[in-house]
Design a protein around this ligand. Structure first.
Ligand SMILES: [Zn+2]
Ligand SMILES: [Zn+2]
Length: 379
């Protein structure tokens, strides 16, 4: 079967032939990949030649976002059956630390985990994959066409879950008890700024808008960009950050209240991300999910930085990867995203390729590009 791989010691992406995998254990599931998503991690792997190939191998199959259909299951598998639409999680725990031993490999404490398509384990830019039932999650048939977004949405779900858990440290942010961070209506009377209108920023904004958070999304594209259309489709406000200083971006969001409850960083623009800390509100939270590459030195007033975080009770929290529970939350929220924001998810797909077009996939990104999907087999 065909695959897109990185080859040890070689630059770029390559076509590769692998034997079709089979179910060989009672808890295994064989899945035919229908669609696979390409994201920033994949582009960075190619651009910066980030190779993490298993010992004894010369290649790693790329790709960590997918949706597929079950072809075969081992005799102990009960949660999925042949012809079910499914998605597969990415990270496999280290097998040592307690979070990994308790289904929270996204919080691994040793760093010895592996990840499908990224670290040591083969990914999803291929025709068939086998995995254990515990990593395979059934998707309702009516979500099949957008389920390739489950993984990126799960990353946003984890970030939002972190912010709600941490901010539940003070239930009274306004006079409405129902706006407590742990209640279903938690988003009322709250303002958020999302940095970056790429797939993750859009997903985060979608979840914030579902919760009725008054949301701003900042990026560096002009008003006629499809990104701006998506932002407005969710009832969020677009902030054109081109040529603006961090304080000017924040001023546009806070308005008269002077409050900014949540900052969600999904751009990886490191300088802006750090500068924005200076403009956080009292008792607010800053979720960082973008991962910058390369080195970037800026000047920071360290005393002011520390003084402000302490005296304003501020929280800076990093959030990476996601576990099965976040995938399940993503699948649960998808119908609401579909019904509230129309064709948001479908419209995010700006580029479609076949597996054979591997040479173009990683080099066809312009400023209006949002999401590339590789179509392996028609639905
Ligand atoms: Zn671990
Ligand atoms: Zn309120």
């Amino acid at each position: 079967m065909k695959a897109i791989v990185m080859l040890r010691g070689k630059l770029g992406a390559h076509a590769f032939d692998l034997p079709k995998p089979k179910v060989s254990q009672p808890d295994e599931v064989l899945v035919r990949v229908k669609e696979a998503g390409v994201d920033g991690t994949d582009y960075n792997m190619i651009k910066h030649n980030l190779q993490d190939i298993a010992e004894g191998r010369n290649e790693i199959v790329m790709g960590h976002e997918m949706v597929g259909v079950v072809e075969d299951v081992g005799r102990d598998v009960t949660s999925v059956a042949p012809s079910d639409t499914v998605v597969i999680t990415v990270r496999r725990g280290c097998g040592i630390c307690e979070p990994c031993l308790h289904n929270q490999s996204d919080m691994c404490m040793t760093g010895l985990y592996t990840e499908r398509g990224i670290q040591k384990k083969d990914g999803f830019f291929t025709e068939f994959v086998v995995d254990q039932e515990q990593y395979v999650i059934k998707v309702p048939p009516d979500l099949a066409h957008v389920a390739v977004f489950t993984e990126p949405l799960s990353i946003a779900e984890k970030g939002i879950a972190q912010l709600r858990t941490i901010q539940s440290r003070f239930p009274w942010t306004c006079e409405h008890p129902e706006h407590d961070f742990l209640s279903p209506d938690w988003g009322g009377c709250k303002i958020a700024l999302v940095l970056g209108a790429g797939p993750l920023g859009i997903m985060a904004a979608a979840l914030l808008r579902l919760a009725e958070v008054y949301t701003f999304v900042a990026d560096i594209v002009s008003d006629d960009s499809p990104k701006v259309h998506l932002v407005e489709q969710m009832g969020a406000n677009y902030v054109d950050a081109r040529g603006k200083k961090s304080n000017e971006i924040v001023d546009l969001c806070c308005g008269s209240s002077g409050r900014l409850d949540i900052i969600f960083e999904a751009s990886g623009a490191a300088a802006t991300a750090v500068e924005l800390v200076n403009y956080m509100s009292r008792s607010s939270i800053y979720i960082m999910t973008g991962i910058p590459q390369e080195e970037l030195l800026i000047q920071v007033d360290a005393a002011q930085f520390v003084r402000q975080i302490v005296s304003y009770n501020q929280v800076l929290v990093g959030s990476v990867n996601s576990n099965r529970s976040h995938f399940e939350a993503a699948i649960e929220d998808m119908p609401a995203i579909k019904s509230r924001f129309g064709g948001l998810l479908e419209e995010m797909i700006t580029n479609r390729f076949k597996l054979e077009e591997y040479e173009q996939i990683f080099y066809s990104v312009d400023k209006n590009h949002i999401k590339t999907v590789i179509e392996l087999e028609p639905w």
